[in-house]
Design a protein around this ligand. Structure first.
Ligand code: ADP
Length: 256
């Protein structure tokens, strides 16, 4: 039986609300993610993809409507509750990795556990186990600057996964990676999704990256414009459909 893990109803985001510069970036989004889905968010630049991802994941505060994660309305939570909820339920991966330059990879990966007051004796084995899985065990004493882009992104993934989140939110996670590292990251995410049932919602502009997901949600001008489910399609057929959908949308833009 499918189980809804995240749901928005008429979610609006108005930047600079109640000022002369007010700008409605999302116009009332209805969106549902079921547990275990792997969803790609695509759309033209400025369409509202980052706004969407930030507002469904407690990073930003939507202006109107409702966002429920595991049945709880985000707006009703106190900031303390949101902090705990984030730690327990969500993992974030960003394009620019968001690692702290003044901290070693070990300290960066341990950060969510330190913030949650996990005992020091528990932190070390958990960090080492995660680093082993991502093949960066020998780099834990290094600072982000001393590592390659792929190594930094793997450290960022360790940090996102260290608390065993149920939902991973990723904004252009392959944006700063070469194609080999991008493919490797997709295999890691796909494995997490398929073997551990982690729900993933990821912004990308790359059809090949989207072809690893189970559903595409296309956002345009602050609305969900189209969707495409992979269903029984092979990855190649799904990829072709994703390319076609993007091409149709680009032609539409040109005609404007
Ligand atoms: P995308 O991720 O699809 O490129 P964004 O979600 O970043 O788009 O932006 C959607 C729209 O909201 C754009 O028109 C952008 O200029 C506007 N926007 C984004 N952030 C802000 C902000 N902090 N203040 C005002 N407008 C913003």
């Amino acid at each position: 039986m499918s189980e809804v893990i995240l749901e928005t109803k008429n979610m609006k985001k108005i930047y600079n609300y109640r000022t002369p510069n007010a700008f409605e970036a999302l116009h009332g989004i209805d969106f549902t993610a079921e547990k275990g889905e792997f969803i790609a968010i695509m759309g033209p630049s400025g369409a509202g993809k980052s706004t969407f991802i930030n507002n469904i994941s407690t990073i930003d505060q939507y202006t109107e409507g409702s966002v429920k994660i595991k049945g709880t309305e985000i707006r009703t939570m106190s900031s303390n509750e949101i902090g705990t909820f984030r730690f327990k339920t969500l993992g974030f991966i960003f394009q620019d990795f968001n690692l702290l330059d003044t901290h070693t990879l070990f300290e960066n990966i341990a950060l969510p556990l330190s913030l949650a007051d996990v005992k020091k004796s528990e932190i070390e084995p958990r960090v080492r186990e995660m680093a082993e899985k991502m093949n960066i065990s020998s780099l834990l004493h290094k600072f982000p600057k001393e590592c390659s882009g792929g190594q930094r992104q793997r450290a960022a993934i360790c940090r996102a996964l260290i608390n065993n989140p149920e939902i991973i939110v990723a904004d252009e996670p392959t944006g700063n990676l070469d194609s080999a590292n991008s493919t490797e990251l997709m295999h890691i995410l796909q494995k997490l999704n398929q073997e551990s049932g982690v729900t993933i919602i990821m912004v990308t502009h790359d059809p090949l990256i989207t072809s690893y997901t189970s559903r595409l949600v296309f956002i345009k001008d602050g609305n969900i414009e189209r969707e495409l489910a992979r269903g029984d399609m092979s990855q190649d057929d799904y990829f072709q459909k994703i390319v076609e959908l993007n091409a149709e949308e680009s032609r539409g833009e040109l005609k404007k």
